[in-house]
Design a protein around this ligand. Structure first.
Ligand SMILES: Nc1ncnc2c1ncn2[C@@H]1O[C@H](COP(=O)(O)OP(=O)(O)OP(=O)(O)O)[C@@H](O)[C@H]1O
Length: 244
């Protein structure tokens, strides 16, 4: 459903973020993008989101190219980016079109899905970081994007909230069947959530390899097979993963 062919991104100042990336994502897949700092992960996601233009190469989403793509994607960032003057339900309904009652009904369904029933009329300042990120998830899914892009969505959260939201994301994925591409620094998170991992390295970044996560769902965090794949990824990234 998403195809990238030799896509590169060069900035106005001549910096190259990443070069010649080719991959395809199938409908319903969860793809992780992993790599050392500065290898172009966020820049790649911004190009897929249509927030930045590819400098070379071709990007196709379900037959659409260019500006058309940005209408078909939802994006979740590290911070929830909610509108502080709008309530939870107004934030979630903001991007919807149609009659007010219909918009509220759709928004309510997604608020329920992310476990925030009863908080519809709260304002962002009244929410914890994890709750605010749940609202961001509901807001990005309510418009039914063809693909959901996530840029380190849980990295600002404490360890327990992070695990809860990872499970929530899987629940939402089962319910909506969304295709997702997720940038993360957290190998354990990537192994727990994803079907395939794009491992990037270098500056400018290149796609070093694609790792299939073979473990069936539901997965147990840190099981032996996932630990083996973690070491495989650390080896690709040239990180020993051993003290001393
Ligand atoms: N607007 C910009 N103009 C020029 N260079 C940029 C710009 N944004 C990013 N870069 C450069 O592009 C490269 C890739 O940056 P990017 O933020 O995509 O990497 P990343 O892998 O997401 O990093 P991190 O993991 O640290 O968030 C870096 O060398 C960065 O300095």
């Amino acid at each position: 459903m998403l195809e990238l062919w030799d896509v590169s991104r060069v900035f106005e100042n001549g910096n190259t973020a990443f070069r010649e990336i080719t991959f395809t994502a199938q409908k319903g897949e969860i793809i992780g993008v992993l790599g050392t700092s500065g290898c172009g992960k966020s820049s790649l996601l911004r190009v897929i989101a249509g927030l930045d233009q590819a400098s070379t190469g071709r990007l196709v989403l379900n037959g659409s190219e260019g500006e058309e793509i940005s209408k078909k994607v939802g994006v979740i960032f590290q911070e929830p980016r909610l509108m502080p003057w709008l309530s939870v339900i107004e934030n979630v309904a903001f991007g919807l079109k149609g009659r007010e009652a219909e918009k509220k009904e759709k928004a309510s369904r997604f608020i329920k899905l992310v476990g925030l029933e009863g908080f519809e009329n709260h304002y962002p300042r009244q929410l914890s970081g994890g709750m605010a990120q749940r609202v961001a998830i509901a807001r990005s899914l309510v418009t039914r994007p063809e693909i959901l892009l996530l840029d380190e969505p849980f990295s600002a959260l404490d360890a327990f909230t992070k695990m809860q939201l990872q499970d929530l994301l899987l629940k939402v994925w089962e319910d909506c069947g969304s295709t997702m591409i997720m940038v993360t620094h957290d190998i354990d998170e990537a192994l727990y959530l994803c079907d395939r991992l794009l491992v990037m390295r270098g500056q400018p970044g290149v796609l070093s390899c694609v790792v299939d996560i073979t473990q069936l769902r539901p997965r147990t965090r840190g099981n032996a097979e996932l630990a083996r794949q973690k070491q495989q990824i650390l080896d690709i990234l040239d990180i020993t993963g051993k003290a001393g």
